[in-house]
Design a protein around this ligand. Structure first.
Ligand SMILES: Cc1cc2nc3c(=O)[nH]c(=O)nc-3n(C[C@H](O)[C@H](O)[C@H](O)COP(=O)(O)OP(=O)(O)OC[C@H]3O[C@@H](n4cnc5c(N)ncnc54)[C@H](O)[C@@H]3O)c2cc1C
Length: 619
C-alpha cells in the first residue's frame, strides 16, 4: 500500500464540488455563518470547473420580477409542463422566487450582461433566458466563493462520505485524495453540501475512440453527486428521467440562441416540417400532453427520433435564412465562441458555413442531471412555508440523511434551474445548513479513526491491484488480474446502451432488458473490485467509474419501476409504450441499503401546489 500523507481538516460546512451550486453554497454559507468554518473541495480547479467551465452565452433562468416579465408561479407551470406533469413544485417555486437576486449579484460582480437598447432591461433570448458575454462566468462566481471560504481545496476528488458512529443516518464529513500528490484527505464536518454535478458517460456516447471526450454534457461529470448520497443510504428521485439533447451534430453546439433569438427552425432531408407528421402518433402515446404549449422537450425529441427511424433523416437546422442578416450571423458565431468553441471547429473542418449550408442536428446519448430539462437526483426536504408534509423534514434541501444537503444537479424533482438556479439552490442549501448547526443538530458527531483508515485502504486499492496484477500482463494492457478504468467504462456504457435505452437501440428498453442489465451491472460491480490504476490520474478514473456504475444501477432500478413511457424521446418502455396518468402520475423514490446494496422503490405523490393559468384567469 503506498505511503501517502494524511491531512485532517475539521469544519462546519463542507461543500463538495465548486461548480455553480457549490460556489453559491460557499458564498451564502459565509453570509449566514460568519463564525463558521467553511471549506469547499473541488475535483478540478474552481476557476474553470464544472459544466460552466468554458462559459455560457445565456443565463437560462431569470424571472424579471422587477419588470413583471414573469413570476415564480409561471416558472413552475413551465417546468411542470416540460416534465410532463412531474416536478416538485415546492422546490421549483422556492428556487424561482430567489433566482433574480442571484442574477443581480452576478451583474454587480462584473459579469457582462447584454442590455436591450430600447428598454434598458436585460436582453431576452427567450421567455426565461437572458443573454450574457459569459466566457468569464465561472471565474467570476469562483472569486465570490474564494473570498467566502476559509479554504478551497482544488484537485481533490471526494470518494466517500463519513458517517456518525452513533447515528448511522447522520453525516460526519467526507474523504478523498489529491489527484496530483496522491495524499489522503479527511474532512470531518458538521454538515456536507453535495454539489458535484450530473453524470455523463454512463451511456455509450455517439463519439467513441479518440473522440469520446466530445459529449454534450461535461465529460468530467461522473455522477459523484448521486453515488455519494446513494452509498450513504439517501433516497433518490426520478432517476429514470435521463435527458437526451437535440444539438448540432458532432460538436454538440447549443441550439437555444438559434431557435429563440435567430428564429431558425428544423426540417428533414426533404425540406419538410416533420414535427407535425408525428402529431397523431404522439397523441396516441401521451394524449393531450402533445397539445401543450410549449411542446415538452421530450416530445420534440420524439418526433426527431421517429423521423430518423422512418428514414427521412438527417434533420437539419435551417440557418441559411437567418444568417443573411449580418447581426444574426454574428450572434450565431459568438454563441459558440462564448461556450462551445468546438462546434465552430467542427464546422470549419467539414467546410460548413451556416450561411450557405444548413447544418445537421443529432440527438445525444442520455445523461443524468437535475438542473436542466430533467430532474433526476436526491429526494430533499423543501422549504417550510410551502412544502406539504411528505416533502418537508426540517431543513430546506436536506436529504433523508441528516446533515447532508444537496444543490444543483444533485437535487431531484426541480428541473430548469440551469446555472443561475443551481447557484441559487446552493445558497438555499447553505442557509439551511447554517440553521441546522445553530439548532444544535450537529452536536457530538463521532467519526473514529477506524472508519477513516478503512476508507483509506479502499480508496488506494486500485493502485495495489495494478502493482500486483501488472506482473501478469500478457500483452499490451491485458492482465488476467485487473481491468483498467477505460475497459470498465466501456463495459458499463455498453450495458447501459443496450439494456437501459441508449443510442444504439433508439432509446428503447423493456422489463426483460432492464432485468438483464441489472444482472450485468451487478457482475460489473464485482469486477470493479479488481480495477487497476497505474498512477493517481488513473486512480481518479477508477473512482469516477465506480461512481458512474453505482449511479447506473440506480437509473436502471428506477427505469424498471416506472411501468409506462412518460417521456418519449428521452426513453421508451417498449412493454408499456403509453403514458399512464392513472397509475404513474407520481414521483419515484429509491433507497439503497448501504449494508446489503439492495434497492427498494416507492411512489410519492405529486402535489400541484401552483394552479394552472386557465384557473388563475377564471378566478
Ligand atoms: C453543455 C451545457 C450547456 C449549458 N448551457 C447553459 C446555458 O446556456 N445557460 C444556463 O443558465 N445553464 C446552462 N447549463 C446548465 C448549467 O451549466 C448547470 O445547470 C449548472 O452548471 C449545474 O450546477 P452544478 O453545480 O450542479 O454542477 P457543475 O456546475 O457542473 O459543478 C459540479 C462541480 O463538482 C465537481 N465535482 C464532481 N465530482 C466531484 C468529486 N467527486 N469531488 C469533488 N468535486 C467534484 C466538478 O468538478 C464541478 O466543478 C448548461 C449545461 C451544460 C452541460
Amino acid at each position: 500500500m503506498p505511503k501517502n500523507k494524511t491531512h485532517y481538516e475539521d469544519c462546519d460546512i463542507l461543500v463538495v464540488g465548486g461548480g455553480m451550486a457549490g460556489t453559491g453554497a460557499t458564498f451564502e454559507a459565509r453570509h449566514w455563518g460568519r463564525d463558521l468554518k467553511i471549506v469547499c473541495v473541488e475535483k478540478a480547479n474552481i476557476d474553470r470547473s464544472g459544466a460552466v467551465a468554458q462559459g455560457l452565452y445565456a443565463i437560462n433562468c431569470y424571472m424579471g420580477m422587477q419588470w413583471n416579465e414573469n413570476q415564480p408561479e409561471d416558472h413552475v407551470r413551465y417546468a411542470r409542463n416540460d416534465l410532463m406533469g412531474l416536478v416538485r413544485e415546492d422546490l421549483g417555486y422556492d428556487m424561482a422566487r430567489h433566482v433574480d437576486s442571484t442574477v443581480h449579484m452576478f451583474d454587480e460582480w462584473g459579469l457582462p450582461m447584454m442590455k436591450n437598447p430600447k428598454t434598458g432591461r436585460y436582453q431576452r433570448e427567450g421567455k426565461w433566458q437572458i443573454m450574457i458575454h459569459g466566457e468569464s462566468y465561472k471565474p467570476i462566481v469562483a472569486e465570490a466563493a474564494k473570498k467566502s471560504a476559509d479554504k478551497i481545496y482544488n484537485r481533490i476528488m471526494i470518494t466517500h462520505l463519513l458517517m456518525d458512529e452513533n447515528n448511522k443516518n447522520r453525516v460526519g464529513g467526507a474523504v478523498g485524495f489529491n489527484m496530483r500528490t496522491g495524499d489522503f484527505h479527511v474532512f470531518k464536518s458538521k454538515t456536507v453540501i453535495v454539489a458535484a454535478g450530473g453524470a455523463s458517460h454512463i451511456f455509450k456516447p455517439r463519439a467513441v475512440g479518440e473522440g469520446m471526450g466530445r459529449t454534450w454534457y461535461a465529460p468530467w461529470s461522473n455522477g459523484s453527486a448521486y453515488a455519494l448520497p446513494i452509498a450513504a443510504g439517501a433516497k433518490m428521485t426520478q432517476m429514470e428521467n435521463r435527458i437526451v439533447l437535440c444539438r448540432f451534430k458532432d460538436g454538440y453546439g447549443p441550439v437555444g440562441a438559434y431557435f429563440l433569438h435567430l428564429k431558425t427552425y428544423t426540417q428533414n432531408a426533404n425540406g419538410e416540417n416533420y414535427e407535425k407528421k408525428w402529431y397523431e402518433q404522439t397523441k396516441k402515446l401521451v394524449g393531450e400532453y402533445i397539445d401543450h404549449h410549449p411542446t415538452p422537450t421530450c416530445l420534440r425529441n420524439h418526433a426527431f427520433v421517429q423521423e430518423v427511424m422512418a428514414g427521412d433523416g438527417p434533420i437539419h437546422m435551417v440557418t441559411k435564412e437567418a444568417f443573411q442578416d449580418p447581426h444574426l450571423e454574428t450572434v450565431g458565431w459568438e454563441n459558440f465562441l462564448g461556450m462551445t468553441v468546438g462546434q465552430a471547429v467542427v464546422w470549419a473542418s467539414q467546410n460548413i458555413d451556416p450561411k450557405y449550408t444548413n447544418p445537421e442536428l443529432t440527438t445525444s446519448e442520455p445523461y443524468v442531471m437535475g438542473s436542466h430539462a430533467t430532474c433526476s437526483g436526491a429526494w430533499v426536504s423543501g422549504p417550510e412555508d410551502i412544502s406539504p408534509p411528505e416533502y418537508f423534514w426540517g431543513y430546506n434541501r436536506m436529504m433523508t440523511v441528516e446533515g447532508l444537503f444537496g444543490a444543483g444537479d444533485t437535487v431531484g424533482g426541480s428541473a430548469h434551474k440551469f446555472s443561475s438556479g443551481s447557484f441559487t439552490e446552493g445558497r438555499l442549501a447553505a442557509k439551511a445548513a447554517v440553521k441546522y448547526i445553530e439548532d444544535q443538530k450537529a452536536k457530538d458527531i463521532k467519526v473514529d479513526e477506524e472508519q477513516c483508515e478503512n476508507l483509506r485502504k479502499i480508496i488506494y486499492q486500485p493502485l495495489e491491484n495494478y502493482t500486483v496484477g501488472r506482473n501478469e500482463i500478457t500483452g499490451g494492457t491485458v492482465s488476467p488480474s485487473y481491468i483498467s478504468p477505460i475497459q470498465g467504462l466501456q463495459r458499463l456504457q455498453k450495458i447501459m446502451d443496450e439494456y437501459v435505452g441508449g443510442i444504439s437501440v433508439n432509446y428503447m428498453t423493456n422489463e426483460n432488458l432492464l432485468k438483464k442489465g441489472l444482472d450485468l451491472l451487478k457482475w460489473l460491480e464485482e469486477d470493479l473490485e479488481h480495477v487497476g490504476a497505474e498512477d493517481y490520474h488513473q486512480l481518479m478514473r477508477a473512482w469516477e467509474l465506480k461512481h458512474r456504475a453505482l449511479t447506473s444501477q440506480c437509473v436502471t432500478e428506477h427505469t424498471l419501476f416506472r411501468k409506462e413511457t412518460r417521456w418519449p424521446g428521452y426513453y421508451y418502455r417498449g412493454d408499456h409504450m403509453k403514458l399512464d396518468d392513472e397509475n404513474w402520475h407520481c414521483l419515484t423514490v429509491s433507497r439503497r441499503d448501504p449494508k446489503t446494496g439492495k434497492f427498494t422503490m416507492e411512489k410519492m405523490p405529486v402535489y400541484h401546489i401552483i394552479g394552472d393559468e386557465e384557473k388563475k384567469k377564471a378566478s
